[in-house]
Design a protein around this ligand. Structure first.
Ligand code: CAA
Length: 379
């Protein structure tokens, strides 16, 4: 077994680390305070190839492996989890789904600009009454000639106002349960489609989370992804990859907080010596480092399984379940190591602690990950 990263993987990780320090760190506190989307930085991420990392170069992507993607997600998330969730959704939920199941025409028209970041995508599954229970879709898509007419509301949509291409899951035949759900590509300019309220959130405040409304929105039938009734499977398969992206985000939030706590503990003196010389702090650092390493191994293993073409649904759910728990625990401890300074914005760890919580909620709560894992165990 070889745990060494390839030269290319190391180069991708280092490039993401440099970019995050140089471009995302300045202003990250202000963007959090003002709930401001990092538009300029996301544009740069597109230019550097971070928004379509795994897409085949023939569709303008980076042609990289999933391990490289996880490494880059960790580095970006250490500094700015609002930028990294935009990156994760565009790569895992939008580009992947389109590349895997889109037609050649759909890939030419939609995947190419998404892979370069010229356009940003959003994945629209959740509804006011359908979060964890994703089969209970009320958004409907009724066939009318060579179009579908969409009606309904989507909630908590990442990149909601920044996106211009939306993958929308809707009910085409309510009598068929999850087999009556279909997936569509919706253009921002579609008549009857409106971006609604922006959410005022606890964490990832720079991320652009909105509700979306469809009122007789006319979507060409050629924009359906796969057959009618394929939408739920499409969403579930796409979410397997999405969950890995969020696991890597949680890992990054945890390792970012740990690195800050480690550096601070060497500088801050109490009782005549740096606090890192006190065993109470050493034990915390040892626990944090061990948990982060375990989370990293789960993430890398799931990414490797995906790259081998193996069924990685259980592995990605395990990575997300564990890494998000570690993100919560480590960020709370990082605040504790900083004492009073940890509770103020200037030291970054309070933001990371607020950002960590969402990783236990979106793309399936921790309880949903346990359902996915146990389905694998009992199969
Ligand atoms: N991978 C592949 N297929 C899967 C799957 C997975 N992880 N989970 C379920 N499926 C398939 C099943 O195999 C089954 O297929 P068949 O009918 O062909 O056998 C089908 O889906 C239905 O499965 P279930 O009967 O188990 O369905 P269920 O109603 O019990 O629900 C669930 C299963 C796992 C709970 C699912 O509803 C779920 O994942 N819910 C959470 C949804 C979620 O993650 N939402 C997040 C929104 S996206 C987001 O947050 C993006 C963002 O903006 C950041």
């Amino acid at each position: 077994m070889n745990f060494e990263l390839t030269e290319e993987q190391i180069a991708v990780r280092d490039a993401a680390r440099e970019f995050a320090k140089a471009e995302l760190l300045p202003g990250v506190i202000d963007r959090d305070t003002e709930a401001k989307f990092p538009a300029e930085q996301v544009k740069q991420m597109g230019e550097l190839g971070f928004l379509g990392m795994m897409v085949d170069p023939k569709y303008n992507g980076g042609g990289m492996d999933t391990v490289s993607y996880v490494l880059a997600m960790e580095e970006i998330s250490k500094i700015d989890a609002s930028a990294s969730v935009c990156m994760s959704v565009n790569n895992s939920l939008v580009c992947w789904g389109l590349e895997k199941y889109g037609t050649e025409e759909q890939k030419e028209k939609y995947l190419k600009p998404l892979a370069t970041g010229e356009k940003i995508g959003a994945f629209c599954l959740s509804e006011p009454e359908a979060g964890s229970d994703a089969t209970s879709q009320s958004t409907s898509a009724e066939r009318s000639g060579d179009h579908y007419i969409l009606n309904g509301t989507k909630n908590w949509i990442t990149n909601g106002n920044t996106a211009s291409i939306y993958l929308v899951i809707a009910q085409t035949d309510s009598s068929k349960g999850h087999k009556g759900i279909s997936a569509f590509i919706v253009d921002r300019e579609t008549e009857g489609f409106v971006v609604g309220r922006k959410e005022d959130k606890l964490g990832i405040r720079g991320s652009d989370t909105h509700s979306l409304m469809f009122s007789d929105a006319k979507v060409p039938a050629e924009n359906r992804i796969g057959d009618e009734g394929f939408g739920f499977t499409f969403a579930m398969e796409t979410l397997n990859g999405g969950r890995l992206g969020i696991a890597a985000q949680a890992l990054g939030i945890a390792s970012g907080a740990y690195e800050l706590a480690l550096a601070y503990s060497k500088e801050r003196k109490a009782f005549g010596k740096p606090i890192s010389q006190h065993q109470a702090i050493q034990f915390k650092l040892a626990d944090m480092a061990t948990e982060i390493e375990a989370a990293r191994l789960l993430c890398i293993k799931a990414a490797w399984m995906k790259d081998q073409g193996m069924d990685y649904s259980q592995a990605s759910a395990m990575a997300k379940l564990y890494a998000s728990k570690v993100a919560m625990e480590v960020t709370v401890e990082a605040v504790q190591v900083h004492g009073g300074y940890g509770y103020v914005k200037e030291y970054h760890v309070e933001r990371l602690m607020r950002d960590a919580k969402i990783t236990q909620i979106y793309e399936g709560t921790s309880e949903i990950q346990k359902i996915v894992i146990s389905r694998g165990l009992l199969r």
